[in-house]
Design a protein around this ligand. Structure first.
Ligand SMILES: CNc1ncnc2c1ncn2[C@@H]1O[C@H](COP(=O)(O)O)[C@@H](O)[C@H]1O
Ligand SMILES: [Zn+2]
Length: 352
């Protein structure tokens, strides 16, 4: 098992802005799913990359295929989404933006619409249970599925944004970065932006996506996922850095995901430092907490220990992240108040 996480990082209130639903499924939830579908013969090492292990990004995407086999009915989605939300709440996450790709499963009759409807249902059931976490949803466009599906997904996201009273707040562009070209999806992304959906786009997660990133940054997006290869030192371009800084676009950074997926060679080489030293907005996230066997508190602790940051520095990162959420102004204000209320107990009970 991985090392224990300090109580300080567990108890620190946190905002999670980059979490893929099916990548966030914990071991205990996977066990419930495999019990429902024993004929699939799926073992735990097929659904998670644990302590000390690394895989290529391509192998990571094979893991998602296995999980998708296990999660293919509305009943599964409901259970998975509720478990994931509870586990984030248990880790001290007070505001969560969950993202997921609406999936159609011919065998079970699940449609993209019923998929989104079920995630929304899970969010509202958790709300009714009184969990201490606010949850919003980003609908994901999988870049591998091409323009037509992207347009349909945007329409779905727009419909749900209007019918759910703001639970659906935005659109995510994700999927295997080595497949397809984001440029082909520009009209769909632009349409989403025009109808009021916020955009969080995976960008430059692998090298040699400079042209694509230039195009995506012209929209511009409201947040960037990873941005690992944006800056010139790693083969990106100064023009990309200029666009990101000029528009002050926050970056969602996921250390364990990048190191286990081998797009970053070591924790200390992570591009967190490049952007942090610039004073640019960054937010620490998990990406796929189940697949990469991590937690948000663990990621905060990892950043602190890798870069020698203090508990005060980490508090400040967590506090500033509220401003990078897609929450309404009133919810942001409420979260700010919550952070200030919780601060004294955190710094009193846990000595520096
Ligand atoms: C590791 N880095 C990554 N880069 C790009 N996309 C990723 C990802 N990790 C996850 N996803 C995206 O999220 C899906 C699984 O969750 P959902 O079925 O949508 O809930 C994956 O199939 C992929 O499209
Ligand atoms: Zn991601």
């Amino acid at each position: 098992m991985e090392n224990e996480v300090d109580l300080f990082y567990r108890q620190m209130p946190k905002v999670e802005l980059h979490a893929h639903l099916n990548g966030s499924v914990s071991f205990s939830t996977i066990e419930k799913l495999t019990a429902r579908k024993p004929h699939l013969n799926i073992e735990h090492n097929m659904t998670a990359i644990c302590s000390g292990q690394r895989r290529t990004l391509d192998e990571c995407f094979q893991v998602f295929k296995v999980i998708h086999q296990l999660v293919d009915t509305e009943e599964d989605i409901l259970m998975v989404a509720k478990d994931v939300i509870r586990q984030f709440a248990d880790d001290g996450v007070k505001y969560l933006e969950l993202r997921s790709t609406p999936r159609e499963e011919k065998n079970t009759g699940m449609t993209r619409r019923s998929y989104v409807q079920t995630v929304i249902e899970a969010i509202s059931q958790c709300g009714n249970e009184g969990l201490d976490i606010e949850v919003r949803f980003l609908v994901s466009v999988d870049r591998r599925h091409g323009f037509e599906v992207a347009m349909e997904t945007v329409k779905l996201a727009e419909d749900f944004m209007l019918s759910t009273d703001g639970l659906v707040v935005g659109l995510d562009l994700s999927g295997d970065p080595t497949v397809g070209h984001g440029g082909d999806l520009l009209p769909a992304l632009q349409k989403a932006k025009n109808c009021g959906l916020k955009l969080s786009l995976h960008m430059s997660e692998v090298p040699s996506q400079v042209d694509e990133s230039e195009l995506l940054l012209n929209i511009p997006p409201d947040r960037i996922g990873h941005g690992t290869f944006l800056h010139p030192e790693v083969g990106g371009a100064q023009s990309l850095v200029d666009k990101v800084t000029m528009n002050n676009i926050p970056l969602e950074l996921c250390l364990t995901s990048n190191v286990k997926g081998q797009t970053v060679s070591s924790y200390s080489n992570h591009h967190f430092l490049y952007w942090y030293n610039k004073g640019h907005p960054v937010v620490i996230c998990t990406d796929d907490r189940g697949v990469f066997c991590t937690e948000l508190s663990r990621e905060y602790q990892l950043v602190a220990s890798t870069f020698g940051l203090s508990q005060e520095d980490m508090w400040s990162l967590s506090h500033k992240a509220i401003d990078y959420t897609f929450a309404s102004a009133s919810l942001k204000e409420q979260l700010h108040r919550r952070w200030l209320e919780l601060r004294p107990s955190l710094f009193q009970t846990v000595p520096n």
